[in-house]
Design a protein around this ligand. Structure first.
Ligand SMILES: [Zn+2]
Length: 147
C-alpha cells in the first residue's frame, strides 16, 4: 500500500505504525496490477483438509467427527483418495469396521469428492477470515449451518 501496488478495500483489525505512516491493517486489498494467482491444481489429502471439507461433521450421523473413515475399507482395497475418505465420529467409525455403508444400510450425507472452488484453490484448508466472504465462495461452516 505504501508503494501504491495495492489499495485497501476493507479494513481489518488494528493500525500499522511506522516512523512516518499510520494506516489501518487491511482485511482485503486490491492489487493495482493484475497478478496471476498460482492456483494449486491438486489439493493435498490431509486429516485437517478432510475435516475442513466435511465441516467437522460425521458423514454418517452428522455428529461431531473425531476420526477419518475410508468409505470402502482400505482392508478391502479402498483407496486413500478424496472420493473415499470422510470425517466420522468414533462411534460410527467403530460400528462400521471393515464394512461398506451399503452392507450396513447406511447412507452418506453427501458423496465425498475433492474440494472445489476459489477459496480451496487459494487457501487450502486454512481458516478464512469471515470478512472475505464477499470475495471468495467460502463453504458454509458447521457453525453457520447450525445457526
Ligand atoms: Zn457418526
Amino acid at each position: 500500500m505504501l508503494t501504491a501496488k495495492a489499495e485497501p478495500v476493507s479494513d481489518g483489525d488494528g493500525i500499522l505504525h511506522s516512523a512516518h505512516h499510520t494506516l489501518p491493517v487491511p482485511s482485503v486489498v486490491r492489487l493495482t496490477r493484475y497478478v496471476k494467482v498460482p492456483y494449486r491444481t491438486h489439493i493435498g489429502l490431509s486429516r485437517r483438509a478432510i475435516f475442513a471439507r466435511d465441516g467437522g461433521r460425521c458423514a454418517y450421523c452428522r455428529g461431531s467427527a473425531e476420526t477419518i473413515d475410508h468409505v470402502f475399507p482400505r482392508s478391502r482395497g479402498g483407496l486413500h483418495a478424496w472420493e473415499n475418505v470422510v470425517a466420522a465420529c468414533a462411534k460410527c467409525n467403530h460400528s462400521k469396521g471393515d464394512k461398506t455403508p451399503a452392507e450396513l444400510g447406511w447412507r452418506l450425507h453427501a458423496a465425498p469428492a475433492a474440494p472445489r472452488g476459489v477459496a480451496w484453490r487459494v487457501l487450502g484448508h486454512r481458516t478464512p477470515d469471515p470478512r472475505w466472504a464477499d470475495w471468495l465462495d467460502l463453504p458454509k461452516s458447521a457453525e453457520a449451518e447450525a445457526a
